[in-house]
Ligand binder design. Structure first.
Ligand SMILES: Nc1ncnc2c1ncn2[C@@H]1O[C@H](COP(=O)(O)OP(=O)(O)OP(=O)(O)O)[C@@H](O)[C@H]1O
Length: 595
């Protein structure tokens, strides 16, 4: 073998393999996208990312990674030839060739190492960038139009969106690259080693028949039969892997709920029920894990059997020619090496079946989530017109998702300095009406006119974000420069002076503060944010009458121009409001002045 010519030949080999593979990738990719569900799902998730006009760098990086992979295949072909020359030299006791080949090996090995490291770096870089893009796209859509909330109105809302965003996207990017590169380099490698094996093989006698190049045919039949069996044995793994992800996510979610609702569970002494629930979910996880183990024992067992058999198979096939002196030791060793390589490459689909099963589960979860986001986007939204400081309802009707009318044709306006109190029996639709005003409730007709900003919605369960108390006070606004001075003043006014020294402390305020304290934090927010409109849903339910009176008085006097809409049950609230909307049920309502 002339190693000096090898450089040019290798460059030509890699170049043509690259052109043919790229062309086939585009053609076969196109056909798969049109004919298979999983390829269509892949394209749905990432088609735009591989658009060469929009993302030329992505396509270029992928092409370069592919080139490096093919270069890797070429290096293994060179190693295979090297085996032949080296072992033949050993057999012939040719010391000169032995030393030359040792230098050749050092050069080949160095190139191999540099290529492998560069390829690793580029693949990781590619995966990270891809993950970033997918993450940002899904996160944007999840947050847009309040989809994270409206998703729950769908009859078949996707479970565990957190897992889909955090984990599935990464698996999707990693597995896509791994499988595409694996398929291409296996195929190219298979062609290259078939040629080598073709040149090394001779006639085989089977049942009295003489088959020329019989070893190549024997190998292809062997791998084909093995692959068909492996597919049959491994098929249930797709469903089992899908279940594995879902059951684990459900278990994790239950654990998180215990942490989130620790307070309530502890008060109710609900540990037994919670533990039973956790145990049930964990049992589901474990049962599924055992199913995977049992299935894998069959699947991996079959794979081991095939791999072990293929170690001795080529020696047996070539033995007659070797002992007849038609093949030297180098040829024998290269046969075994090429056979192993070819067998591995052709068995790629068999070995990668598990990854492919996982991949399909990931595709199902991601496209399912994407479909849910589309459905959430398609849910109707209340007809809201954002205009000045106004808050006005024009013929607004609100119903439940199953069509039960809660409020029919309400028309009213709350002017500057006025305050509307909404009352009605529990379940009559008070909160739902406020949700419609916030733009959250899909099942709503009529027109709602309200300010675009400067409107603050406060619910019974005051949301306290993670971080410092100072941030919680200004939420959802960013804190101004003189935040601490303003916050101290306001805390004093809402009877939370004891928290003044803790403004910059970062503890889990959501569980530290009492419900009544959280409700006063909400009143502090109104004073700090100074909205034009404040909408309060039973925002004082946890306060005693004295404190409730003080809080309403405070905001009515400090912000005299504020337009206020509130829900509350106590008649003592009449003093702070100018009108009363009573929701009577079945769509009926009345409105009266409280002056
Ligand atoms: N996401 C939902 N899906 C189905 N029905 C819902 C949903 N949210 C609310 N409802 C139903 O709409 C009706 C009105 O609920 P809403 O919370 O508005 O009542 P409310 O008057 O505020 O009650 P309360 O005084 O107890 O807070 C209830 O029958 C409730 O079960």
């Amino acid at each position: 073998m002339d190693w000096t010519k090898e450089l040019l030949e290798s460059a030509l080999w890699v170049g043509s393999a690259f052109l043919i593979s790229s062309l086939l990738l585009v053609i076969i990719g196109f056909i798969l996208i049109k004919t298979t569900k999983w390829a269509a799902q892949f394209w749905q998730l990432s088609g735009h990312y591989f658009n060469p006009v929009k993302n030329p760098l992505t396509v270029f990086t992928f092409a370069f990674i592919l080139l490096l992979s093919l270069f890797g295949v070429r290096i293994s072909v060179l190693f295979s030839n090297w085996y032949n020359v080296m072992y033949s030299a050993l057999q012939k006791l040719d010391e000169h060739t032995f030393w030359v080949q040792s230098v050749v090996f050092a050069v080949l090995a160095s190139i191999h190492i540099v290529r492998a490291l560069l390829s690793y770096y580029l693949q990781q870089r590619f995966t990270i960038k891809w993950r970033e893009t997918l993450n940002n796209t899904l996160l944007d859509r999840w947050m847009a139009k309040k989809n994270y909330y409206r998703l729950y109105y769908l009859p078949d809302a996707a479970d565990n969106p957190d897992q889909r965003i955090q984990q599935d996207i990464l698996s999707f990017a990693q597995l896509s690259l791994e499988l595409v590169l694996g398929v291409i380099s296996s195929m190219v490698s298979a062609v290259a080693f078939t040629i080598i094996l073709w040149n090394l093989s001779g006639e085989i006698q089977i049942l009295g028949f003489t088959i020329d190049r019989g070893m190549v045919f024997a190998l292809f039949i062997y791998v084909l039969v093995a692959t068909v069996f492996a597919f049959k044995i491994g098929r249930p793994l797709i469903q089992l892997n899908f279940l594995n992800e879902r059951l684990n996510a459900n278990y994790r979610y239950s654990l998180i709920r215990v942490r989130e609702y620790a307070d309530s569970i502890a008060v109710y002494a609900g540990e037994k029920i919670e533990q039973n629930q956790l145990a049930q979910r964990f049992t589901n996880v474990i049962n599924n894990m055992w199913d995977i183990v049992h299935r894998n024992i069959k699947f991996q067992g079959f794979n081991f059997f095939i791999t072990q058999t293929s170690a001795i198979f080529p020696f047996i096939l070539q033995a007659p020619r070797y002992f007849a002196g038609k093949l030297d030791l180098g040829g024998m060793v290269q046969t075994a090496q090429a056979f192993g390589n070819l067998s591995d490459n052709l068995s790629f689909f068999r070995n990668a079946y598990d990854s492919f099963a996982q991949y399909r589960a990931v595709l199902d979860r991601l496209t399912g989530f994407q479909y849910n986001l589309e459905q959430a986007e398609d849910l109707p939204t209340p007809n809201i017109e954002e205009q000045g400081d106004m808050i006005r309802l024009e013929n607004v009707s609100v119903s439940t998702p199953d069509g039960r009318c809660l409020v029919k044709n309400v028309s009213l306006e709350v002017n500057e300095g006025e305050a509307l109190l909404i009352q009605g029996q529990t379940g009559s639709g008070k909160t739902t009406l406020l949700r419609a005003m916030a733009g959250l409730w899909p099942y709503c007709e009529g027109k709602i006119i309200r300010p675009s900003k400067d409107i603050l919605f406060i619910s019974q369960n005051t949301y306290i974000p993670e971080g410092r108390l100072l941030d919680a006070l200004f939420y959802p606004d960013v804190i101004p420069d003189n935040a601490e001075v303003l916050a101290k003043e306001v805390l004093h006014k809402v009877s939370l002076s004891h928290l003044i020294d803790k403004l910059t402390q970062e503890v889990n305020w959501s569980s530290v503060l009492s419900t009544g304290e959280k409700q006063r934090i909400a009143f502090a927010r109104i004073l700090l944010n100074q909205p034009k409109v404040a909408v309060l849903d039973e925002a004082t339910a946890a306060l005693d009458e004295g404190l409730e009176y003080a809080m309403y008085k405070l905001i009515r006097e400090t912000l005299p121009q504020l337009r206020l809409v509130s829900i509350g049950h106590r008649s003592t609230l009449y003093t702070h409001h100018t009108a009363l909307l009573k929701i009577e049920g079945k769509g009926q309502w009345t409105i009266q002045s409280l002056n």
